[in-house]
Design a binder for this molecule. Structure first.
Ligand code: ADP
Ligand code: ZN
Ligand code: ZN
Length: 816
């Protein structure tokens, strides 16, 4: 008798066993896919985990339907890695498999839908239910079928989805990817009728009265003779020193033929590799220090100020590793994975660089997957976002985690709720290779690990080219208000600096940590703010459409004219967002061009790229944006950065708020003065004496670290204590209370202290689901794995209670 245990792409706590024939047992290997029957009538793609001869005790093993692979698609190392993820992050192997494999590998993967941005929708054409979904998709990039079931509170939603598809309102996932528009490059060649010597001579004669056109034809002829490769229009324009109008007239006359070639972002078609840059002295020292640190530590943190040239150091390390034929994983937060950086790496390493992120089509991802699996030179360096830790490396030689402090490395939803940095470190460990973490503002936990001597530490304190760190000035807006020195949200100091910067022809970045126009409407008479009927949250005002919206569920209504509670017309827009900053700037500096970068303006696949490019090309003088601006962008001409209001970051109710504010402000500041001239940063605040602001203005990372550690120690927070957040969700308010009380009580019986909650979060109802949190704090001496075991036991008994079956419980380890 032969059996296989398989991972099914559904959250089953255990592996499932199927029976196979002797021949199948001889052929199958762990990491191959099989299709299997499951439940009453379902068929799934499953992954073989192991092959054995032990019949399951409690059920009859069914036979598999089919073997789907000739070779493994998932390596043994990956299976080992998956097991770690599933144990550490308290999720099932099925969860990990679903996150890891490209959708194309799982035939019946859950359908994901998103809004179709290419079609203008007449909202009047939509039925009520349809409209709700359309609305929800304006605020979330995608929804799964089961989200739709819960938004509409009805089971059979497939007909509705079909109708939305027919109306082209939505796209299902595979279609989104098909819509990937490749970048086209315009080429020209001489029309084929001039390929004979004679005809060409005639043509040149004909053109003797049009010397400019003649010159173009001659140049094209000699270019094609020299290099046997297609000639870009731009190249021809430049080499023949002509205008695009002349080229166009030649095309119109059928003398030249234009054609387009798709330049794939995955494939690189560049010429020779550019030589690496020479490191300067401080970089050389850091490079050597990293290498000697690696002799002692598997993990090293490179703490290098913004624009110190960390990327060039990574490049040197990469060069050495690939020379040994090994693979490199270079992790970046999704949003920092810009063409800017991709191009920079491809300039050095050409087609050895493969890019992997969620915006790529299923097809492209399968391609990268296979290159990595087969150790192909085409993906020797993987530049990827969070999910690239799941690629099937087999000869990994180095992991780089850039911007390691970024909280977006942690996945919130769905499971596995993994942290990509930590998961990558474990991956590197499986390959016995080194990990380099890099940041200008390291996370407290990584820095703490260097203090514990778990990680090595290398510091780089000067900017490349010896440009000074920007001069940071704190502006007290309370005082400015008193003395009537504010114009809208701009202090006189900020306006002065802006005026001067613009006059010198430099660019400006303005940072405001909020999106929308002025989020909350408040009645000046009674203090009431309009609330979302489905979620426990105030509605946000969107000026563009003059309406109120909920950012959680997509509910919207027209902007109210009078207070719903007391009828007063005295409504005020409290707070302000990027939209309002942009508007005020346009009034203050009407002769300059302003652009905005936030979630609203960067929708669609290339929205973000477009704004970056136009700012880079100096088509825009002033860029207003949210934290999207902070992510490792390398702009050359930014001299001034203005932080409109530092306080709303500092006041955010989270134990990491101060750390985050520090990181965010220094990162945004780092966008100023990256080349020759020293940059200037103006931070507007009501609390200029706040410790964090003092530390930001003096770039005092150490001080910030020590002070934050003190607080974390006092209040028992990470990195000293570890946290597991348990979220309880249900439609019924009482049920959430009863269930979470039961859960917390059981935890307290086992752990006595260090259990927080249950408590309602700030937004305690989302999409008609009430939410309560319980936090388990794990003291430094308590075993993390024992704690998790105990939680799993409690969780199992919880679900054994009949009333609690419909309650959702989410376990989030190292919650961020
Ligand atoms: P960081 O990653 O530390 O913010 P970068 O690696 O982006 O810094 O470097 C900042 C700028 O300085 C980039 O434009 C980069 O091209 C340039 N630069 C860094 N090191 C060198 C070097 N050794 N030679 C030439 N230019 C360099
Ligand atoms: Zn009122
Ligand atoms: Zn809502």
């Amino acid at each position: 008798m032969h059996f296989i245990d398989v991972i099914l792409p559904i959250p089953l706590p255990k592996l499932f066993t199927y029976s196979i024939t002797e021949a199948e047992a001889g052929f199958l290997k762990p990491g191959m896919r099989v299709s299997v029957p499951f439940g009453k009538a379902k068929i799934y793609t499953a992954l073989v985990f192991n092959i054995h001869g032990n019949e399951p005790l409690v059920y009859d093993a069914k036979e598999i339907h089919q073997i789907l692979d000739d070779e493994v698609v998932v390596t043994e190392k990956q299976l080992e890695h998956w097991q770690w993820i599933s144990e550490y992050y308290m999720c099932t192997l099925g969860d990990v498999m679903r996150a890891s494999l490209p959708n194309a590998f799982l035939l019946e993967s859950e359908t994901v839908i998103s809004k179709n941005y290419d079609v203008t929708i007449d909202e009047a054409d939509l039925k009520d239910d349809e409209f709700l979904i359309y609305e929800a998709l304006l605020h979330q990039t995608s929804l799964k079928i089961h989200d739709i079931v819960s938004i509409l509170n009805k089971k059979n939603v497939l007909p509705l989805i079909k109708s939305l598809l027919d109306k082209q309102v939505i796209l299902v996932e595979e279609e989104i990817y098909e819509k990937y528009k490749p970048k086209l490059v315009r080429y020209v060649k001489l029309h084929s009728k001039f390929s004979s010597e004679k005809n060409l001579q005639d043509l040149l004669e004909d053109l003797s009265r049009a010397p400019k056109q003649r010159e173009v034809v001659l140049t094209l002829f000699s270019l094609s003779a020299q290099i046997k490769k297609p000639i870009k229009v731009s190249e021809l324009t430049e080499k023949s020193n002509t205008s695009s109008a002349i080229i166009k007239s030649l095309i119109d006359k059928n003398i030249l033929e234009e054609y387009f070639v798709q330049t794939d972002r995955v494939q690189y078609s560049g010429d020779e590799n550019n030589p690496l840059k020479q490191l300067n002295e401080p970089q050389k020292i850091a490079f050597q220090e990293i290498k000697s640190s690696f002799e002692t530590y598997n993990i090293t943190l490179l703490h290098g100020v913004t624009s110190s040239g960390k990327t060039e150091i990574y490049v040197k390390l990469i060069e050495e590793v690939i020379a040994q034929g090994k693979q490199v994983l270079y992790l970046l937060p999704e949003i920092a994975l810009t063409t800017q950086l991709v191009n920079r790496l491809q300039d050095y390493f050409g087609e050895k660089v493969a890019v992997f992120h969620s915006k790529y089509s299923s097809h492209e991802r399968v391609e990268v997957w296979n290159h990595v699996l087969n150790n192909s030179p085409k993906a020797q360096i993987v530049l990827g976002a969070r999910s690239s830790v799941f690629l099937p490396f087999n000869n990994l030689g180095l992991v780089i985690v850039d911007e390691e402090h970024e909280s977006s490395y942690k996945q919130f939803d769905p499971a596995p709720r993994y942290h990509a940095r930590d998961t990558a470190i474990v991956l590197a460990h499986l390959f016995n290779c080194k990990t380099l973490l890099g940041s200008a503002t390291p996370s407290i936990e990584s820095y703490y690990n260097t203090k514990l001597k778990k990680y090595g530490l290398v510091e780089l304190t000067t900017r490349y080219n010896d440009v000074l760190m920007p001069d940071i000035e704190l502006v007290d807006i309370k005082d400015k208000q008193k003395r009537k020195r504010m114009t809208g949200h701009f202090s006189d100091r900020l306006i002065e600096e802006m005026t001067e910067t613009l006059k010198e022809g430099h660019q400006i970045i303005l940072f405001q940590n909020r999106r929308g126009f002025s989020p909350i409407v408040e009645c000046q008479t009674c203090g009431h703010s309009p609330q979302c009927p489905n979620c426990d949250v105030s509605l946000t005002y969107h000026q563009y459409k003059d309406e109120l919206r909920c950012h959680y569920c997509g509910y919207h209504s027209v902007m109210i004219k009078t207070c719903e509670a007391c009828g007063s017309v005295d409504l005020d827009n409290k707070g302000f967002g990027t939209e309002q900053v942009q508007e005020e700037v346009s009034t203050l500096f009407p002769e300059y061009k302003v652009a905005r970068m936030d979630l609203d303006t960067t929708r669609g696949k290339y929205g973000y790229e477009k704004i970056i490019t136009s700012f880079e090309q100096k088509e825009v003088d002033i860029l207003v944006g949210t934290q999207m601006l902070t992510k490792g962008l390398d702009f050359r001409h930014v001299k001034l950065v203005g932080i409109m209001n530092a306080d709303n970051m500092l006041n955010f109710p989270d134990f990491r708020a101060h750390e985050r504010s520090f990181q965010l402000m220094l990162q945004v500041s780092g966008r100023a003065g990256r080349t020759e001239e020293r940059g200037k940063v103006i931070i507007q605040t009501y609390n200029p004496y706040h410790n964090i602001l003092q530390q930001v203005s003096t770039n005092a990372y150490q001080k910030m670290y020590e002070e934050q550690m003190e607080e974390r120690r006092n209040f028992k927070y990470p990195p000293l204590y570890r946290l597991i957040k348990i979220t309880i969700k249900h439609r019924n308010y009482n049920m959430v209370n009863v269930a979470s009380d039961w859960y917390a009580k059981s935890l307290r019986i086992v752990f006595k202290t260090d259990i927080l909650g249950p408590e309602f979060p700030a937004v305690s109802r989302i999409r008609n689901q009430f939410i309560k949190h319980i936090i388990v704090k794990i003291p430094p001496k308590q075993s993390v794995s024992k704690t998790k075991e105990a939680i799993i036991k409690i969780n199992n008994s919880f679900f054994a209670v009949k009333d609690f079956r419909a309650v959702r419980v989410i376990l989030n380890v190292d919650n961020y």
